[in-house]
Design a binder for this molecule. Structure first.
Ligand code: SF4
Length: 364
C-alpha cells in the first residue's frame, strides 16, 4: 500500500474505521454525523493504521486476516489531511482510532503526535475523540487526555471469560478496567473532558444482564459518560464469519435500558427481573411496569420528579412539564395534560386527583 497517496490512504482508513467496506470510498462518505448535546456534528472517524499485532476473532484488522489492506499514515500527513477538511467546513471534529502496531505505547505515541500537530502547528481547537490502547503507559494516557475532549477504551465484552474467548491476550480485569479507572481520575483533574466506552453485543454468548450490569458499574463506580453498544456483524475471513449478526431490536432495547440506568435511576436488576434478556416486544420501562403492577397507578399530582420519570411514557422533559403545570393548578382531568406526548400510555399508569382515566381503548 506504499504507493497510495496520503489522501487516498486517509480515505481508505476512514472507511475501514467504520468496519464496513474495503473498497475505496470518497472521503466525504467517511464523514459521519455524531449526535451531541448541541445537535449533530460531522466527524471524521479515521484510523492511524490498520496494522494490528492482536488477533481478536471478530475484527477486520486481526493480524491473521490476509485480505485487510494494511495502511499507516504519518502523523503529519493525517493532521494535514484532517485540517484541510476542517478548513473547508466539511468536518467539525476528529475521532482517531488505530490498530495496534508494534506496541500499544508506540501506537498511542503516533496518535498523540497527530493530535499534537493539529493543536500546535495548525492551531486546531475543535473536538477530538482519541481511542486509548489499554497497554499504554499512564504518562502517555495523561497526554492523550490533555490533548483531546473525549477518550475511550473499548471494553469489547461484558465478562472476562467472554472477552478471553474472542480476544485472546485482552483482559478486562488486568488491563481494560484498570485503564478506565486511571482515566476516570485523570478526567476529574481536567474539567470539560470525558470518557466513554464501547462494548460489542451479540458476539457469542453475552447476555443483556451482563451488558447492563457492566454499564451500571461503569456509570456508577467509574464515572464513564456513555457506553456505546456495537452490534456484532460477522466479518468474512475471521473465525466468527459464520455467526449470525446481532438483531437491530436487541441493540435498540439495550440503548433504551441504558438510558434508564444512566438518566432515570433504574438498576439493571430492576429492568431485567429474573430474565437474562430484555423483552424485544416492549420497551424496558413498560416491561418493568408490567412486572410491578403493585406500584401503579401513581397519583400524578403527588409524584416527585424521580417517580414521574419512572412512569412509562414520561421522560425528563415531560416530567418537568407536568411539574410546571401542576404548580399552576392541580391536574384533574386528561384535558389538563393536553399537548403531553404519549398521553394514552401515561394515563394507564396514573390517577388524576384519585380518578383513573386509563381504561383500555380510550383514545385521546
Ligand atoms: S486489538 Fe483492536 S484492532 Fe486489533 S484485532 Fe483486536 S479489536 Fe481489532
Amino acid at each position: 500500500m506504499r504507493d497510495l497517496s496520503t489522501e487516498r490512504k486517509i480515505r481508505l482508513l476512514s472507511k475501514l474505521a467504520s468496519f464496513e467496506r474495503e473498497r475505496e470510498p470518497d472521503l466525504e462518505s467517511c464523514i459521519y454525523e455524531a449526535k451531541s448535546g448541541k445537535g449533530k456534528v460531522p466527524l471524521l472517524k479515521v484510523l492511524q493504521a490498520t496494522y494490528c499485532e492482536k488477533n481478536c476473532d471478530y475484527c477486520v484488522f486481526r493480524r491473521d486476516r490476509e485480505k485487510t489492506p494494511r495502511i499507516y499514515v504519518e502523523p503529519e500527513d493525517l493532521a494535514r489531511g484532517f485540517y484541510e477538511l476542517y478548513r473547508k467546513g466539511k468536518v467539525r471534529g476528529l475521532f482517531l482510532s488505530s490498530g495496534i502496531f508494534l506496541s500499544p505505547e508506540i501506537t498511542m505515541e503516533k496518535m498523540i503526535e497527530t493530535v499534537s500537530i493539529l493543536r500546535k502547528k495548525y492551531g486546531y481547537e475543535g473536538y477530538v475523540h482519541l481511542k486509548v490502547m489499554p497497554g499504554a503507559s499512564l504518562q502517555t494516557v495523561e497526554e492523550a487526555v490533555k490533548l483531546s475532549d473525549r477518550v475511550s477504551v473499548n471494553v469489547e465484552a461484558p465478562t472476562e471469560n467472554h472477552l478471553r474467548s474472542i480476544a485472546r491476550g485482552k483482559s478486562l480485569k488486568e488491563d481494560i478496567i484498570p485503564k478506565i479507572r486511571e482515566i476516570s481520575k485523570l478526567v476529574e483533574r481536567f474539567p470539560g473532558k470525558d470518557q466513554t466506552t464501547q462494548v460489542m453485543v451479540g458476539a457469542g454468548k453475552d447476555t443483556d444482564r451482563e451488558l447492563l450490569k457492566l454499564a451500571e458499574f461503569l456509570y456508577r463506580r467509574l464515572g464513564v459518560k456513555r457506553v456505546y453498544y456495537s452490534p456484532f456483524r460477522p466479518v468474512k475471513g475471521t473465525p466468527m464469519e459464520n455467526l449470525p449478526p446481532c438483531p437491530k431490536e436487541r441493540e435498540v432495547r439495550l440503548y433504551q435500558a441504558d438510558y434508564l440506568i444512566r438518566e432515570c435511576g433504574f438498576s439493571a436488576e430492576e429492568l431485567l427481573g429474573s430474565e437474562d434478556f430484555l423483552r424485544l416486544d416492549k420497551d424496558p420501562k413498560e416491561a418493568w411496569a408490567d412486572r410491578n403492577p403493585h406500584l401503579f397507578p401513581v397519583e400524578i399530582n403527588r409524584a416527585d420528579y424521580e417517580l414521574l420519570i419512572r412512569i412509562p411514557g414520561i421522560g425528563k422533559r415531560t416530567a418537568r412539564e407536568i411539574i410546571k403545570r401542576r404548580l399552576r393548578s392541580a391536574i384533574r382531568k386528561p384535558e389538563d395534560l393536553k399537548g403531553i406526548r404519549n398521553l394514552n400510555k401515561i394515563l394507564r399508569y396514573v390517577t388524576l386527583m384519585g380518578r383513573y382515566y386509563g381504561h383500555a381503548g380510550e383514545d385521546r
